[in-house]
Design a protein around this ligand. Structure first.
Ligand code: AOF
Ligand code: ZN
Length: 363
């Protein structure tokens, strides 16, 4: 039975992921309808503001779902939001049992949906594949707990952790499959952040260039607004934000807004822009995840200030020597002070390795 529950919840998760890049700031949700051991319907939350996963799954059923089991990775909603409560639909269609991955910690939910279903006489089971469900919606859960987007450091490095040679050559360290997959990450996360030097050196567009890719919001951090506006990061392929100093005048801000660029103005701490403050502001714009495509200096700043939570690292089996490290700056004195990573998953792209890890800071 447990195996079957995991199997069906995994199928619901495969549905949920289909909404990647399209539903934020909502979570990714998938649902499966199972009747007498047969999957009779499935669906997912496709687009922000549109029907929830349960509604799409019920609509897809090729027979009456009365008496069925529903598998859904997030507690069904019970509030009137942009759509009516899913709990009403579940009760109306006479489901027998509901299997849930994670409780929805949103203030409008937090167990209320479960309570309502139980009161209606439905058997409710929670915590099915909970960890997987939590990882899938890490940006959603992180934001509800901390009020900031999930920060993911992304880099493509050599075996000895270099992003480029001493002369700055970096084309290419990882193989084509890895690079394609990196474009897919841009579709997955709401925004991508780079430092000013990366824009000057590489003139990146930071878009998700593959079929059906959705472009992330592009963010660059620069104190003095000296970047030329003809850089690709500012083109009209996607929204652009500059994190900059609070000293920038209102008239300069108006000028940038006129060019389609939003400014997020923050104070400085020890000569650096306060990125924690910036992340809080950016979170209020509905952004739930930011992938940081370093430089080593910005990665270092985020790690030293404990502002990053995840690492997405492509590693090529190549030695570069001294080079430009993806974590650049003073190191730690003792092993016990170092930053550890918990590997969530790893994958091979031919000769390259990709790791998705959560960052564990020392106590
Ligand atoms: C569900 N199924 O597929 C999703 C849920 O603005 P609304 O009406 O779309 O509601 C969004 C909230 O509903 C969101 O913050 C989260 O708490 C929950 N998402 N719930 O039952 C779904 N996407
Ligand atoms: Zn709902």
């Amino acid at each position: 039975m447990t195996d079957m529950n995991e199997k069906y919840m995994s199928a619901a998760l495969r549905e949920a992921i289909k909404g990647a890049g399209r539903v934020s700031p909502n979570p990714l949700v998938g649902a499966l309808v199972v009747k007498k051991g047969n999957v009779i319907g499935k669906g997912y939350h496709r687009l922000y503001g549109q029907a929830h996963a349960e509604v799409n799954a019920i609509a897809s059923c090729f027979e009456n779902p009365a008496g069925s089991d529903l598998y859904v990775n997030l507690e069904p909603c019970s509030h009137h939001g942009k759509t009516p409560p899913c709990t009403d639909m579940i009760i109306k269609h006479k489901f027998k049992r509901v299997f849930i991955g994670t409780v929805d910690p949103s203030p409008h939910s937090a167990g209320k949906g479960i309570e309502i279903l139980k009161k209606a006489g439905i058997d409710v089971f929670t915590g099915i594949c909970e960890e997987k469900c939590r990882v899938l919606n890490a940006p959603f859960f992180h934001y509800l707990k901390h009020g900031t987007p999930l920060i993911i450091l992304k880099a493509a490095v050599s075996l000895d952790g270099s992003l480029a040679t001493d002369s700055g050559d970096s084309k290419w360290i990882t193989n084509e499959k890895s690079r394609k997959s990196a474009h897919k990450l841009r579709n997955l996360y709401d925004a991508v952040l780079v430092g000013k030097n990366t824009v000057l050196k590489d003139d990146l567009e930071l878009t998700a260039r593959y079929r059906h890719g959705r472009n992330p919001v592009r963010i660059v951090a620069e104190k003095d607004l000296s970047l030329p506006l003809d850089r690709k990061i500012f083109n009209n392929s996607a929204a652009s934000i500059i994190i900059t100093s609070e000293n920038i005048s209102a008239s300069v801000e108006t000028f940038y807004n006129g060019k389609g660029i939003s400014l997020v103005k923050v104070s400085e701490k020890a000569g650096y822009l306060d990125l924690e403050q910036a992340f809080k502001i950016i979170g209020t714009k509905g952004i739930r995840s930011i992938m940081v495509e370093g430089g080593g200096t910005i990665h270092n700043y985020l790690l030293k200030n404990r502002l990053a939570q995840r690492l997405n690292l492509f590693i090529a089996p190549k030695l570069i020597g001294s080079g430009k490290k993806f974590f650049f700056g003073s190191g730690f004195e003792k092993i016990s002070d170092c930053i550890d990573f918990d590997i969530i998953s790893s994958k091979n792209f031919d000769n390259d390795i990709f790791i998705d890890a959560s960052i564990r800071y020392p106590d």
